[in-house]
Write a protein that binds this ligand. Structure first.
Ligand code: ASP
Ligand code: MG
Length: 445
């Protein structure tokens, strides 16, 4: 069994949806196919919900009409037969009736909004399944709402998911392709909920892990994970192989291709994740596994913006044990994750990317420490690869490449897979370009 996930742009046009049928049937193996909503739908549904939260029903109705027109056009172009078209029209009519019933509620709330935004995946999967049936394929739709569960903290319940999913899959043993929704799930109150924006990758990985699948394939429209941000630097190349740890660092530190949580469930069960390109299905893409053949030292670079650096000095100065614990307690109290950290004997510098609680954090830290002025608008540049601890010369290569750029923090040694630099965001592009040109061999990627 394999799990293949297609994102919003891969299903966003009728012709793209048709080509997904070709892709998933060209290869003979059994598959779970996880779909996102048609591109733009999640945003459109959230925007409808936003009007309803403001009790502006008129505005919501206009937005609903506009979205409906889009789906009507879509089904006309998707189906080939009268019967197929009828099934598509029925799906759209039913789901839009539901959307309108939500819009007619007197007190539209968060719970309704979760139902609203789930409609994107609920429609894309029904339409794709109906189209597959029209084309005579062996297919069944399985509802993620029957197996995908999160706990009170919004974390997936792996054991429950595995148990329920196996039941659901066993019932469809005679089908080749099982289609299901990415992103959506149920919470402990049994209400419809979701895995947060971009969560379909996460769904695919949870499903692949639960089924201990042969492989999880994430299909997008770029040729795998690139060695650097193609929107910033002049030239990049796809990285063929990554370790789970490397991919996790890259996804977390800004490589947009993968949702940062995706790697965890796959890694837990050792299921390889392959990133593939729907526009170029023959291209090898990137495979993420626990063992790789290619011992390239520096694999890729990613950057994360909107970082704030906080500089903290201990007032008791030397030998103050317990100081770091007190510092971390403050961040824990304010539920703010810390990304980078460096320390000297008397000072600590750390970075956060969510500065919502910064004032409260500063006030608490000032109870026992001195603070310097925070540096806002910083970027973390994360260099990922295989940096074996006993190998010399890597730091110098990196620092040499950016010797003309002021570096605020350097984090080296915590992981054999990540070296991070903090720079002012105004220097980010220049730093990425300099690292790119100096650290990679473009002749033999
Ligand atoms: N449709 C959801 C979103 O746009 C989930 C996903 O596509 O991954 O965020
Ligand atoms: Mg995505």
């Amino acid at each position: 069994m394999q799990v293949w996930k297609f994102g919003g742009t891969s299903v966003g046009k009728p012709e793209r949806m048709k080509s997904i049928r070709n892709l998933v049937t060209a290869d003979a193996g059994k598959k779970v196919v996880v779909l996102s909503a048609l591109s733009g739908s999640t945003n459109a549904l959230l925007s409808i919900g936003e009007s309803l939260m403001r009790a502006n029903k008129e505005e919501a109705t206009l937005k609903i009409d506009e979205l409906l027109a889009h789906y009507e056009q879509f089904v006309h172009a998707l189906f080939a037969s009268e019967e197929g078209l009828k099934s598509g029209k029925t799906i759209v009519a039913n789901e839009f009736n539901f959307i309108r019933s939500l819009a007619n509620l007197n007190h539209y709330n968060q719970k309704h909004d979760k139902q609203m935004v789930a409609q994107g995946e609920i429609m894309s999967t029904q339409l794709f399944t109906a189209y597959m049936k029209e084309q005579g394929e062996s297919v069944a739709l399985i509802s993620a709402l029957d197996f995908m569960r999160i706990d009170v903290d919004g974390e997936p319940e792996l054991a429950v998911i595995a148990e329920k999913l196996k039941e659901v899959v066993d019932k469809q043993a005679d089908k080749q392709i099982l289609v299901t929704q990415g992103f959506i799930c149920r919470n402990p109150r049994n209400e419809i909920d979701n895995l947060k924006r971009g969560g379909s990758d996460y769904s695919a990985s949870l499903i692949g892990g639960a089924l201990e699948a042969e492989e999880i394939q994430i299909w997008t429209d770029i040729d795998g994970m690139h060695n650097n941000d193609p929107r910033v630097v002049k030239r990049t190349f796809p990285v063929r192989e990554l370790l789970f740890e490397e991919a996790a660092e890259l996804a977390y530190f800004g490589a947009k291709i993968l949702h940062p949580s995706t790697i965890t469930p796959a890694k837990l069960k050792g299921v390889p994740v392959r990133l593939k390109n729907t526009m170029d299905p023959e291209a090898p893409g990137t495979v993420i596994t626990s063992k790789i053949s290619n011992q390239v030292e520096i694999k890729a670079i990613a950057a994360k913006d909107n970082i704030t650096a906080i500089y903290i000095h201990s007032m008791r100065m030397l030998n103050a044990y317990g100081f770091l614990r007190r510092v971390f307690d403050v961040f824990e109290k304010h539920k703010t994750p810390v990304d980078m950290i460096t320390t000297s004997e008397v000072s600590v510098a750390m970075t956060i990317d969510n500065s919502e609680r910064l004032d409260a954090i500063s006030a608490d830290l000032k109870q026992f420490a001195e603070l310097e002025e925070h540096d806002r608008n910083q970027s973390i540049i994360c260099i990922v690869g295989n940096f074996l601890a006993d190998k010399a010369g890597i730091a110098i290569r990196i620092l040499e490449a950016v010797k003309h750029i002021p570096i605020r923090m350097i984090s080296y040694g915590a992981s054999e897979h990540n070296i991070s630099l903090l720079v002012d965001s105004k220097h980010k592009n220049e730093a990425l370009e300099a690292l790119n040109e100096n650290l990679f061999d473009f002749d033999q990627p």
